[in-house]
Design a protein around this ligand. Sequence first.
Ligand SMILES: NC(=O)c1ccc[n+]([C@@H]2O[C@H](COP(=O)([O-])OP(=O)(O)OC[C@H]3O[C@@H](n4cnc5c(N)ncnc54)[C@H](O)[C@@H]3O)[C@@H](O)[C@H]2O)c1
Ligand SMILES: O=C(O)C[C@H](O)C(=O)O
Ligand SMILES: [Mg+2]
Length: 441
Amino acid sequence: MITKHMIRTLMIETPTVPGNLGKVATAIGLVGADIGEVETVKVGPTYTMRNITVQVETEEQLNEIITAIEGLEEGIKLHTVSDEVLSAHEGGKIAMKSKMPIKSLAELRRVYTPGVADVCSLIKREPDKAEIYTTINNSVAIVTDGTAILGLGNIGPVAGMPVMEGKAALFDQLAGISGVPILLDTTDPEEIIRTVKNIAPGFGGILLEDIGSPHCFEVENRLKEELNIPIMHDDQHGTAVVTLAAAISACKSAGIDLKEAKVGQIGLGAAGAAICRMFMAYGVQVVYGTDKSEMAMNRLKEYGGQISSNIEELMETCDIVIATTGVPGLIKKEFVKEGQVILALSNPRPEIEPEVALEAGAAYAADGRSINNVLGFPGIFRGALNAKSKVVNHEMLVAAAEAIASCTKHGDLVPDPLQPEVHEKVAEEVERVARHVYVGV
Ligand SMILES: NC(=O)c1ccc[n+]([C@@H]2O[C@H](COP(=O)([O-])OP(=O)(O)OC[C@H]3O[C@@H](n4cnc5c(N)ncnc54)[C@H](O)[C@@H]3O)[C@@H](O)[C@H]2O)c1
Ligand SMILES: O=C(O)C[C@H](O)C(=O)O
Ligand SMILES: [Mg+2]
């Protein structure tokens, strides 16, 4: 079954007679669409109204469903077709809210002036007190210049805002962190660095998001040198953590030693380069790579990786293949080798659909929806902030990968991202390693 990416909700009326819902379901199924939720909105004496969610590949397929349902007789009526994903975004997904009630003058004076002046003066005298009396230490700036939004490319920061709001929503719900989207109207590395440094006093950490390569490398390295708070480019290190966790789990299930496996990467941009470095630092002996950019290939050589001249050659050589190109369908099913592990991580659509890779002989296959940095970044920042760490370093990232792998059931590649224990475990391990490094044990 190919994953279908368009989700629509159909409001359908059927006479309250057994068998009518079945006719609707058959009409949808014959077109090749998938049915998601079925919600009964109203059961009347003569008719029943339901919202049926369908997942389709294209507009044409949606139109075929509409025609098929309209063609059903016996009083079956299609009332509306709505796009619930779009509706869910109306007004945006996040808000800055007060934690304090302000309903009386006494409360107003406590929360704001004149009371607040004493708190300001205290922080002026003792700057460390900002950690206790402000939200700074629990806030992370989610910074993008819009140059590599998902696999959609350079669509600009405003078009990328739904992703940044999504990251903020995940920070809140999975780790209790206030994530604040910051959209930059520049793609110049120097300007990005200057801007982030100028806003840094308001944050306990900085998450760089969907900033394309190669400028993301300089931006991240310089900010790490010049600022004293945890900084992480999610597309690089968040992705590398989760990919390493998935590879550890796949190898454990398949009885292979990851360090001896031949790992191959298609796409060596922000995500690909970091995955390569992480796997090598973990102890993987050989990492092969291919990219259409010569600069990216040179980077691979610098890291000690081996170049494959094309995708076919890489697929032929490797046990574990990781793709981060942003190009849907790039890996043809004919390239898949029996028993291979294929992680096609591009969002919103992978280089090969997991179902296609499995049918073609892969032992394990997954896409960027399940192997996603959502499993890493909330807990990594929770742990770093709890430890009052000034950095996010390699040891903390490996601890996060091992924590994710330890929460994964045998036969799965990664755990369910909505399982709170996963994020708690990642946070706990990252905090433990960060504290260990700090006290210099
Ligand atoms: N699942 C996740 O958690 C996750 C996280 C980060 C990025 N990603 C996905 O990875 C993809 C890349 O993101 P990025 O931030 O690394 O972008 P990027 O622009 O930094 O890197 C993309 C790289 O792919 C290369 N490439 C493009 N087309 C190619 C082709 N036909 N053959 C070989 N190489 C090709 C480019 O030259 C570039 O080096 C995106 O689709 C993104 O959604 C997924
Ligand atoms: O944001 C995501 O869902 C994944 C990742 O950061 C991406 O850019 O694809
Ligand atoms: Mg991203």
